[in-house]
Ligand binder design. Structure first.
Ligand SMILES: Cc1cc2nc3c(=O)[nH]c(=O)nc-3n(C[C@H](O)[C@H](O)[C@H](O)COP(=O)(O)O)c2cc1C
Ligand SMILES: [Mn+2]
Length: 478
């Protein structure tokens, strides 16, 4: 099961019954509100003030089934089993370099110089307090490392300042930020290509913390199991997917900044700050182009601390812990960025601390985290009741809790807001809770109070009709 491009993906997802379609929405708030309220991805057409066919596909990840199809997992598994399947897939994933082709549908329309107007597309005004229209929410900003020569891309939000300039918000320390900084220190403009709609495998690669030095193009090829077809950009030489929907080419001038934001992020509205600018020089798009959009669910209220990408991040963190040399991870669950739960088969003293620290600091787990809980393998990290139980019954706070100060985060973090001192904003801290049974306790651990299965059988035979069996059976009151 696979797909050739975004249009093929849409057709197949529709056939699964996982797509909704809305005609006639206004780009001003309506597209975003409808997409947010819908429990499925939504394809918008006939958007107010725009020609029919100029479409938006919003929130492709809202359907777990579609998202699994995107990464080539045809599974119905969830929780621990899905975590394991995805992790196994990552373990086997071989990056596949893209293949250069002469042309493709993305070049059906070329708008160069004066003709290049980003508002030719129905760019939404997403949230009521946003500082402007955002063309990039599910994009890939492509840049080449000027020293090492490899091509990186990431999903960084893009605000429309005017029809040829975009505000580019990259968190400090992301690959894109490091590369931009290299151009800045040479006082050179950074050439960029921006994908605004295309193969969903590219979007997937764009949001995942693919390690430094591995091109997300190769990672996406690996996910698909076949090379992406690319065309060298006419102005920059940077790779452009031949079947992309909308692509911008331009540059980020060194030393130019403009206030970007506010924007409704998953942590709440982020404050405006000076951000680099992309000067757009050319636009290429297919006939009837589809702009891709992805909004985080509204996690800034206490509904549920889960994200669409949670199952993906867990697998990536697992992979990195093992690559750093630690063994015996059984599952990794994440709940937004703020909680990572790792279950391990404990073999030696210190292993829980080792794995907790790695999970909190590896590339996939190290950004904007908060709590890491390490549990034994009889506890399901995807069941928060079990996780809380392990913390309460197996951990002694004075030995279980480790606080790591001055860690990597972003001003987007929900604990950073206007009232906090500027100097604190670059950092947050991590709490690692070792909720594994300490290895030296093993022999003395209290014996769980249980009813033997013989006794249980006897009671049920005698009085089973009178008493309905309680769900609280077995060890540990579970
Ligand atoms: C919907 C969505 C929006 C995102 N927006 C941003 C953003 O505006 N800025 C940013 O730095 N990262 C953002 N991210 C996270 C990055 O895309 C992610 O960290 C990626 O791995 C960065 O790539 P890089 O490591 O190559 O820089 C977003 C992720 C998602 C899922
Ligand atoms: Mn990268």
């Amino acid at each position: 099961m696979s797909y050739t491009d975004l249009r093929d993906w849409i057709q197949q997802v529709e056939a699964m019954g996982e797509l909704r379609q809305i005609q006639g929405a206004d780009w001003k708030h309506e597209v975003s509100a409808a997409a947010d309220i819908s429990s499925h991805p939504v394809l918008f057409d006939q958007i107010k003030g725009y020609p029919p066919g100029y479409r938006i596909l919003a929130n492709p990840s809202k359907s777990l089934k579609a998202w699994l199809f995107t990464v080539g997992l045809s599974t119905t598994a969830h929780g621990k089993a899905l975590n394991r399947e995805w992790r196994e897939r990552l373990k086997r994933l071989e990056p596949i370099p893209p293949k250069i082709v002469a042309g493709g549908p993305v070049m059906e329309n070329r708008l160069v110089g004066a003709e290049a107007d980003v508002l030719k597309f129905p760019v939404p005004l997403w949230h009521e307090l946003d500082g402007g229209r955002y063309i990039g929410t599910a994009d890939a900003v492509v840049m080449r490392d000027p020293e090492e020569g490899w091509v990186n891309f990431g999903n960084y939000r893009l605000q429309v300042h005017d029809n040829k300039s975009l505000g580019l918000y990259i968190c400090y320390g992301k690959h894109g930020d490091v590369i931009l900084d290299k151009y800045r220190s040479r006082s050179e403009p950074c050439p960029v290509v921006v994908l605004l709609g295309g193969d969903p495998a590219l979007l997937m690669a764009s949001i995942l913390h693919v390690p430094w030095g591995i091109s997300e193009y190769e990672f996406a090829g690996g996910l698909k199991g076949s090379p992406l077809e690319i065309i060298p950009g006419p102005l920059t030489g940077l790779p452009i997917p031949a079947a992309a929907e909308i692509v911008l080419e331009g540059e980020v001038p060194p030393g130019e900044f403009q206030m970007e934001g506010p924007f409704g992020e998953w942590t709440g509205y982020s404050e405006p700050r000076p951000a680099p600018i992309i000067r757009v020089k050319a636009i290429y798009h297919r006939h009837n182009p589809i702009l891709l959009g992805q909004l985080p669910r509204q996690l800034s209220r206490p509904a549920q601390a889960k994200m669409q990408g949670d199952f993906l991040f867990g697998g990536m963190i697992w992979d990195e812990i093992e690559r750093a040399g630690a063994r015996d991870v059984q599952a990794v669950a994440t709940y937004s960025r703020f909680l990572i739960v790792v279950s391990i088969k404990q073999r030696y003293a210190g292993q829980a601390r080792q794995i907790g620290l790695l999970a909190s600091q590896c590339h996939s787990g190290g950004f904007m985290g908060r709590y890491v809980v390490v549990v034994d393998d009889d506890v399901d990290p995807f069941n928060l009741d079990e996780v809380i139980w392990a913390i309460l019954f197996r951990s002694d706070p004075q030995r279980a809790i480790e606080i790591i100060r001055y860690c990597w985060t972003d001003q987007m973090d929900s604990i950073h807001f206007a009232g906090r001192p500027e100097a604190e904003k670059g950092y947050n801290s991590r709490c690692i809770i070792d909720a594994c049974t300490p290895v030296e306790w093993k022999k003395q651990a209290k014996i769980p109070v249980e009813i033997s299965s013989d006794m249980r059988q006897r009671i049920l035979e005698k009085w089973g009709k009178l008493i309905s069996p309680s769900p609280f059976v077995g060890s540990f009151g579970r």
